[in-house]
Design a protein around this ligand. Sequence first.
Ligand SMILES: [Zn+2]
Length: 295
Amino acid sequence: MKLQLVRHATLLLDYAGMKILVDPMLSDAGAMAAIQNSPKPRPNPLVPLPFPVEQVLDGVQLVLVTHTHRDHWDDAAIQLVPKDLPLLCQPEDLKKMEAVHFVNASAVNDMKHWSQICITRTPAQHGSGEIARAMAPSSGYVLSSEGEPTLYITGDTIWYDQVAETIKEHNPQVIVVNAGAAQFLHGDPITMTAGDVVRVCRAATHAKVVAVHMEAINQERKWLARGDNGKRNLPRICADERGSREKVRTRNSSRGSLWPTSVSAANSLHNFVLLSHREKKSRAAQLFRALRVLT
Ligand SMILES: [Zn+2]
């Protein structure tokens, strides 16, 4: 398995010999309006794709969509993703996909076999209370295949009992969490806070936990404040995305050994990787500070 962050929640995944594009948001920087009711309204995405969209789409054999909020499936994706590509989505989104002529779209009700891959849809709670109900539905997926690590893509969810259940049931070796603690002006975060990420790490100490979904949308703020702590520490891990040659520094090495963000499941990074677009003063760095205190 190889996993590469493109931007935000958009991932490229080499899995069981197949190239899978997850949650494509392909707009140019600033092409979409700010999310309403959010702090610091600025056009989205906040950062450009790190490499040309043709390169993102090159060789993709399957598109996997967790839900159709525009930071996961935008107009540019509708326009640019080839309409005949196999596309899997949650049942509630199938009609939308068909309406924009994705002729090979199908829904993952509970589980689906595609090529040699078993794809199980998993529950997700996109916030708390009223907001969660308004944001629903969203899903996650667990991918498994012989000879590959089991991969759990949480989708947009906060930490809640069903995430714990999914980890228990599927015993994933790699978990991609959507962090960023996205939040409207009112109400609780709708994606994982630093505290939530720590809960995932604690629930799956054997797994590599990869945090994405940060820095690219104007809805994410006060990340550190919601990391269950207010302390500042130097980040031990930081991510630096420059084109496709991103590097991730591991927290286990005081000298900061570098790994490409195409995370190979064979490497022994334990147990947290963070992929983001900026470093130092970024939310990504703040997450690391928070994690250092919390873990
Ligand atoms: Zn999102």
